[in-house]
Design a protein around this ligand. Structure first.
Ligand code: FES
Length: 157
């Protein structure tokens, strides 16, 4: 069941849109902010409010990279795997992150601190390689810069 706070925020968001369905992504974000990810129950309850089937809303959630349909760590690292970043050292950056965190793409570190996920172009191609941690964008990445960043988010090494 949606919490009172979630319902209140969703109702407020709905007023900004011409149709209830159009508020889908923002409403999913509200659930994600309060739960850390969007569970099946959240999809079911929200789809009823939006006048969609759970499958339709799940399709929206799955399409949108920043909605998580599985539990994630306290911080989500989204590493760009599109062409400019590939050319500018994606593999080196990815393997450094994997080594430091002890996880692969799609996994969460055992301490629950980080989840590592791929994402298409983050729009920082001229400063590749790039990644996001939560909602912050970081670019011109090097192994040293990665170490400094993950420490800032609580990595103890
Ligand atoms: S290709 Fe990575 S930011 Fe555009």
């Amino acid at each position: 069941m949606l919490s009172e706070k979630e319902t209140h925020e969703i109702e407020k968001e709905l007023k900004q849109y011409k149709t209830r369905q159009a508020a889908g992504v923002e409403a999913l974000k509200i659930i994600q902010r309060s739960r850390g990810w969007v569970d099946d129950e959240g999809i079911k309850d929200l789809s009823a409010i939006l006048g969609m089937t759970p499958d339709e809303l799940d399709g929206v959630a799955t399409f949108y990279n920043l909605i998580f349909r599985k539990p994630v760590g306290a911080h989500v690292i989204l590493i760009c795997d599109t062409v400019s970043c590939w050319v500018m050292g994606y593999e080196k950056i990815l393997s450094h992150l994997k080594n430091r965190l002890g996880i692969g793409l799609g996994e969460t570190s055992p301490d629950g601190l980080f989840t590592l996920l791929p994402i298409p172009c983050l729009g920082a191609c001229d400063k590749a390689p790039a990644m996001m941690i939560d909602e912050e964008l970081y670019w011109n990445l090097t192994p040293e810069k990665i170490d400094e960043l993950i420490k800032r988010y609580g990595w103890k090494g």
